[in-house]
Write a protein that binds this ligand. Structure first.
Ligand code: AMP
Length: 451
């Protein structure tokens, strides 16, 4: 299909001007397919990832709806966007406000989320708001404080619906839905569609138009994946080496499994002379904002983040993503590498494969339907003892034990059958990783028995 222009989408002149002022000329596939039904008032189910242009895809119809509505005082809520994280809330708010920048009469966009004091948000909602971008818990708090009424909502957007459920917002969503008028327009965006999301979509959407970004090469970000075999205790040095030799000029987003790991890796890189910082949910909102701003401004070169904290970080042209630790769930892998190669840019994703995690990475490959050749970097080859052990290599067990951390008593030299033993250890680790992912999902459900 030839590229079409935004002008072909029946958008109002104010929006077309805003788009060209922002240098956005050609709609992305999701925008091309989702905007017309949204403008026509239909419900839309969008299978779209970060980087597909989904935010602009729903921001334009929300703004067009506002442009065509009657002004009232106080302002009546028209558009409600629910998002899983504060960072995404800020980004969506910026997109909406950015497009409406400089209008003689502009909609009031309020962004609210938890983890910060509620009072300024209550003040900001005085006189009402036209569009509210919110995380679910704080939205309910504000409703309870009478700072906001939801019964005038015309359009509901659920962005990153899979993440909303993953993060345990199912019960809050139910409570919010009960406060919305039955007649309204709904848009649901999700990168993945596990059964819980399908169920929610069936429950919320009325005869939705399904929009899926086709897996055409031009719409799929151009991401080169590298799977590098390395011992666990050499990963930080390998990371430093890769950054210095291949990506000295690039910003790099690194994923680690725990808050502690993000701190440790960032600290080590920092000590080694790189501009690096940790980014996780236990940092204050102020620190997180400052870190993101410094990263955007290229004052920081490396950010080491947990999955949850990094959700929705939107930085144009982020060329390099590193899986220092592999994600627990294959779905997270998709989200992670979606941080790079956005909107037509190309990107590189590195995954560090320790001997213990080889099996888990195979699971990820299976799920993404793509095999990634294993590579080794000179000077960082995994120690031969850690690779497929020859019988009689009594140190295998010690090696695994040293790096697997939580693994205890992996191998007692002299008990024999090392090769078989080692294999089953891998199997166990793979199982443990899968189980852990399941348990996280189960915990999320348990936290929300209402749904
Ligand atoms: P999103 O999928 O909403 O996270 O957007 C990903 C990135 O694509 C953002 O940085 C947008 O500014 C950018 N973007 C959105 N729409 C377009 C477009 N039509 N052309 C070029 N870039 C876009």
């Amino acid at each position: 299909t030839p590229p079409m222009s935004f002008a072909a989408l029946a958008l109002s002149p104010a929006l077309l001007n805003a788009l060209s002022a922002h240098g956005l000329e050609t709609p992305t596939p999701i925008q091309r397919d989702a905007i017309p039904p949204m403008l026509a008032g239909r419900d839309v189910l969008a299978c779209a990832q970060t980087g597909s242009g989904k935010t602009v895809a729903y921001a334009l119809p929300l703004l067009q709806q506002w442009l065509g509505s009657q002004r009232s005082s106080p302002r009546r809520l028209q558009g409600l966007v629910l998002v899983p994280t504060r960072e995404l809330a800020d980004q969506v708010g910026e997109t909406l406000s950015g497009l409406a920048e400089g209008w003689m009469s502009a909609p009031k966009v309020a962004v609210v989320y938890g983890g910060v004091s509620i009072n300024p948000q209550m003040m900001a909602l005085r006189g009402g708001a036209d569009i509210v971008v919110a995380t679910p818990g704080r939205l309910l708090d504000l409703v309870e404080h009478n700072a906001l009424h939801l019964h005038t909502t015309q359009t509901l957007v659920l962005d990153e619906a899979d993440r909303l459920l993953d993060l345990g917002f199912a019960e809050e969503l139910q409570r919010i839905l009960a406060l919305l008028p039955a007649r309204r327009q709904n848009l649901l965006c999700s990168a993945t569609f596990p059964p819980a999301v399908d169920e929610m979509a069936a429950h919320i959407l009325h005869k939705p138009v399904r929009v899926e970004v086709p897996a055409e090469p031009e719409s799929r970000p151009d991401i080169t994946q590298h799977a590098i075999e390395v011992d666990a205790d050499r990963r930080t040095m390998l990371l430093k080496h890769l950054i210095e030799t291949r990506h000295a000029e690039d910003r790099v987003l690194v994923f680690a499994a725990t808050k502690y790991a993000t701190e440790l890796v960032a600290h080590k890189l920092h000590r080694a002379g790189l501009h690096a910082a940790a980014f996780h949910g236990e940092l204050s909102q102020g620190t997180r904002r400052a870190t993101l701003a410094a990263f955007k401004a290229s004052e920081l070169q490396v950010v080491v983040a947990t999955d949850v904290a990094a959700r929705g970080i939107d930085i144009a042209r982020l060329p390099v993503v590193v899986n220092y630790d592999l994600p627990r769930s294959p779905a997270d892998h998709v989200h992670r590498i979606g941080r790079t190669g956005r909107a037509g840019e190309s990107g590189i994703a590195y995954s560090f494969i320790t001997p213990e995690m080889e099996g888990h990475f195979r699971l990820i490959e299976k799920r993404q339907g793509q095999r990634v050749p294993r590579e080794q970097i000179e000077g960082f080859e995994p120690s031969p003892r850690a690779q497929a052990a020859a019988p009689g290599d009594a140190e295998v067990g010690e090696h695994v034990e040293a790096h697997a951390g939580e693994q205890k008593g992996v191998h007692v030299p002299g008990t024999g059958g090392i090769k078989g033993h080692r294999k089953s250890k891998k199997d166990k680790l793979r199982e443990a990783a899968a189980l852990q992912a399941e348990q996280t999902a189960a915990q999320t459900l348990r936290k929300n028995p209402g749904k």
